[in-house]
Structures are given as structure tokens and as C-alpha cells.
Write a protein that binds this ligand. Structure first.
Ligand code: UDP
Ligand code: MG
Length: 315
């Protein structure tokens, strides 16, 4: 059995386009398929549309989170509730063509645990987005232990044991791409052309992406702390050498006129570095704080498969 996990957040414009393409693919696969939609606190008609489709297609299951928890949490919810022997992650906006699922399933049947979909092209993405993305991957792969494959998103198939392993990871700060890489398993990579979003608006802005990048770096490496250490050591050495030189100079040539400008420059520069390092430390401490609270990553309000009494939203 195959589960397709689809996080949905205000995707009413896309769902009517997505469903027919998905059902067509499901029919071509044969075997039973579970279409697990995770409603991540949508405030539009998305849920109603899904429930309407569910009347004619019993493969559709809708998990409603209690509010918007973010894509990473929605996907985590999907992974922990999916019942398939293989699980495919798919974006609702048709950027990941569902027609490729049969190819992924074939690789899985041949024995792969993870079928990664690598983007050959990134249509509809700006130059800025592509450059920042590539810069981010290069940075994170330099400092983290389990390298994250470049140009792969969440579009992938995972075997049951891979998903079980992922569900075992208890962290609250969920940087899924890093977690996928950390789990490892036998991986096959297929290439595809990523389409632009078919309708509606992207839910990401640069602030959110920056947050995700920070999350990625701090959850998978403590190397930045070491960089701070090295920076401090270097500054201290320079300061020590400079101080010694000044003392010797004062003894040999007498006291020279003080340099006001250079002093201000030094003080602001060094205090800047200090604040930066304190902030960096704060990032890690903040994460420790969040983890110690032990809160669940998501809360499921309704599961269309479980509650008989559930409220069915109307269009
Ligand atoms: N999504 C979600 N919760 C959020 C934001 C997005 O579940 O808070 C879903 C969204 O519905 C879509 C997928 O995550 O299925 C990818 O989102 P989007 O297309 O906006 O991101 P992009 O492709 O631009 O990175
Ligand atoms: Mg998208």
C-alpha cells in the first residue's frame, strides 16, 4: 500500500486541479493508495473541497491540524499518521508532478528505501532565490555532518522503515531536509523538471526562508560555536601582540599621541563581534529551551478516518 502525504495550507485554488491528476495516477498504479491530506490550518475552502472529493473517492483521508503549524510540522503529522508501506511526500501546488509517482514506486519495488527527486531545472524561481538557495546549501554542507543533497526538496518516496526511523526523532525544531539526510538509508535519485506553482501564492517569504536556513544550520551543527571560539582567539592574540608592541614602543620612544579614531574603530568592531557571538549562543540556548518544553510538534484536531462525529465543512 502507498500513502501520498500532501500538506495543504490555503490551497483552494489548486485542489480542484490537483485531485483529478492524482486520481488518474492512482488508477495507473494499481494496488491501494491512501491520499493523506494534512490541512495545516487553512482558512479558505480547502478542507471543504477535500471533504467533497472524499464523498466520491474513499482513498482520501483528511487530517486537520488545530492551527497553522508550518509545513514541516504538517509533513511530520503526515508521516506519523500515514499507514502505507511506502510514503510519498508531495506539495499541493503541483510543483512536483504526481505523474512521476509510478516511477518512484518502481524504484522502491526494486529495493530502494528512499527515492529522491532532484530538480533538473527550477522554472518560475527568481535569480535571487536560486542564488541564495545554492549559497545556503553550500554553507550548510560545509558545516554539517550529514550532507544535504543539493536541489532536492521534500518530493520523495520513503519506505516504511525510513519513515519509522524519522518518526523516532524526537526534536521539536524540525528541519526535515536535514533529518532526511541524517536518517540515510539506501537512496536512489531521479531527476525531474520542477514546474512553477500552478495557481495561488507561495507561502514562503525571505524572512521565513532565512528562519528556515538558521534552523537548518543550528539544528545540525555546532560548528558556528567553534567559529566564534576561533574568532575570539584570533582577536585576543591580535590584541595581546598589539598591547605588547605598544608597551615596548612607550618604553623606547616615550608616550605617543593617542589615536582616538583607531580606538573607537577597535571598540565598535570588537563589541560588534562580541554581540554577534552572544546572539549565536542565544540561538542555541533558545533551541535548548524549546526542546526542554517537550511540546508536541503538531496537534491533530480531526482525522476523517477516525471520528464518526466529525464536522464536515460545507462549501
Ligand atoms: N504549506 C503548509 N503549511 C504552511 C505553508 C505551506 O502546509 O504553513 C504547504 C503548502 O500548502 C504546499 C507546500 O506546503 O502544499 C509548499 O508550499 P509552497 O508551495 O507555498 O512553498 P514553495 O513551493 O514556494 O517553497
Ligand atoms: Mg510550491
Amino acid at each position: 500500500m502507498l500513502s501520498v502525504v500532501i500538506p495543504v495550507h490555503n490551497e483552494a485554488e489548486v485542489i480542484p486541479l490537483l485531485l483529478p491528476r492524482l486520481s488518474k495516477v492512482c488508477r495507473s498504479i494499481g494496488g491501494s493508495v491512501e491520499l493523506l491530506f494534512i490541512d495545516d490550518g487553512s482558512r479558505d475552502n480547502s478542507v471543504a473541497l477535500l471533504f467533497q472529493a472524499r464523498l466520491s473517492n474513499p482513498d482520501i483521508r483528511v487530517l486537520q491540524l488545530s492551527r497553522n503549524f508550518g509545513k514541516e510540522a504538517a509533513v511530520s503529522a503526515g508521516l506519523s499518521h500515514a499507514s502505507g508501506d511506502a510514503i510519498v511526500l508531495l506539495d499541493a501546488d503541483l510543483q512536483d508532478p504526481p505523474e512521476l509517482i509510478p516511477d518512484m514506486v518502481r524504484e522502491w519495488q526494486k529495493g530502494a528505501d528512499v527515492v529522491l527527486m532532484k530538480r533538473r531545472s527550477r522554472a518560475g524561481e527568481s535569480w535571487l532565490k536560486r542564488t541564495t538557495a545554492s549559497l545556503f546549501y553550500r554553507t550548510i554542507n560545509k558545516i554539517s555532518d550529514a550532507p544535504i543533497p543539493v536541489d532536492t526538496g521534500d518530493f520523495r518516496l520513503m519506505s516504511r522503515r525510513t519513515v519509522d526511523a524519522l518518526n523516532e526523532l524526537p526534536e521539536r525544531n524540525r528541519y526535515l531536509k536535514g533529518m532526511f539526510a541524517w536518517v540515510g538509508m539506501k537512496t536512489v535519485t531521479l531527476e525531474f523538471d520542477r514546474d512553477p506553482r500552478i495557481a495561488g501564492q507561495t507561502k514562503w517569504n525571505y524572512l521565513k526562508l532565512m528562519h528556515l536556513a538558521m534552523e537548518g544550520i543550528t539544528s545540525f551543527s555546532t560548528r558556528p560555536l567553534r567559529i566564534a571560539l576561533v574568532l575570539g582567539l584570533m582577536a585576543a592574540t591580535c590584541g595581546g601582540l598589539f598591547g605588547t608592541w605598544e608597551v615596548i614602543r612607550a618604553l623606547v620612544y616615550g608616550i605617543s599621541t593617542p589615536g582616538y579614531a583607531s580606538m573607537i574603530a577597535m571598540i565598535t568592531f570588537l563589541s560588534g563581534i562580541q554581540l554577534l557571538c552572544v546572539g549565536l549562543l542565544g540561538e542555541y540556548v533558545g533551541r535548548i529551551y524549546m526542546e526542554t518544553k517537550q511540546r508536541p510538534v503538531f496537534i491533530v484536531a480531526e482525522d476523517s478516518n477516525e471520528s464518526a462525529r466529525h464536522f464536515v465543512p460545507q462549501l
